[in-house]
Ligand binder design. Structure first.
Ligand code: DGI
Ligand code: FE
Ligand code: FE
Length: 199
């Protein structure tokens, strides 16, 4: 998929009743932030790969719940019961399947970056990390003080920014009395410990 094909797809997905959904503006922000982090940290990741992963990460966000549940049931039978309690996590898991089956994306790194963009996971690749982080710190819609602070950290150290973003998410979810998905906690613990070992 080249960049023009990607943007044609995005404009189709996010054009709702003749109006471009705010999710499109967020998605473009994620692409721009991830391309920036790739340059700042000299990661050397292929730019087209970054654009596809970021471009498709939220593409299933507007899908009807019944369709999402069907895709989850068909593709993640072992995790299905556990996932039922966490509707916020579904869209990445679903988008990963749609990316492969509908858009013929076969690159495992791109597919993992899409799947785990909400929770992160232990031992993320650089692509997974910059998609996960850019989703939280892109400049178009993520404008809270905490997000701006995390953006500064991300320019210096990606792992530390992962810890900070998860810390803020966990604090927010706890305040809202929402359950934390076990993978979110696992990612947080892993990168917290990694930071302690790296000094
Ligand atoms: O899809 P986006 O809004 O761009 O961002 P996202 O995919 O990171 O989703 C963010 C939402 O997911 C936000 O409302 C917090 C929620 N979330 C993230 N981790 C967890 C979670 N919700 C629950 N219940 N448990 C989690 O561990
Ligand atoms: Fe998302
Ligand atoms: Fe997003």
């Amino acid at each position: 998929m080249n960049n023009k094909e990607l943007f044609d797809i995005l404009q189709k997905i996010f054009l709702v009743d003749g109006v471009m959904h705010k999710r499109y503006v967020h998605t473009v922000g994620v692409i721009e932030m991830a391309l920036t982090l790739n340059k700042v940290h000299n990661l050397g990741i292929d730019e087209n790969k970054i654009m596809i992963a970021c471009g498709l990460h939220d593409m299933s966000k507007l899908m009807p719940k019944e369709n999402m549940l069907e895709i989850l049931n068909d593709n993640y039978p072992d995790e299905f019961d556990e996932l039922l309690e966490f509707p916020q996590i579904w869209h990445g898991y679903v988008a990963r399947i749609v990316a492969e089956e509908k858009y013929n994306i076969k690159d495992k790194d791109i597919l993992n970056a899409i799947k785990y963009h909400t929770t992160g996971r232990i031992e993320m690749s650089n692509l997974e990390k910059i998609v996960f982080l850019s989703d939280y710190i892109e400049k178009n819609t993520r404008i809270s003080d905490a997000m701006v602070e995390t953006r500064k950290i991300a320019y210096n150290n990606l792992d530390k920014a992962v810890v900070k973003s998860l810390e803020d998410t966990i604090e927010y979810l706890t305040k809202e009395n929402k359950k934390i998905y076990q993978k979110t906690l696992e990612t947080y613990q892993y990168y917290l410990n990694k930071g302690k070992c790296d000094v």
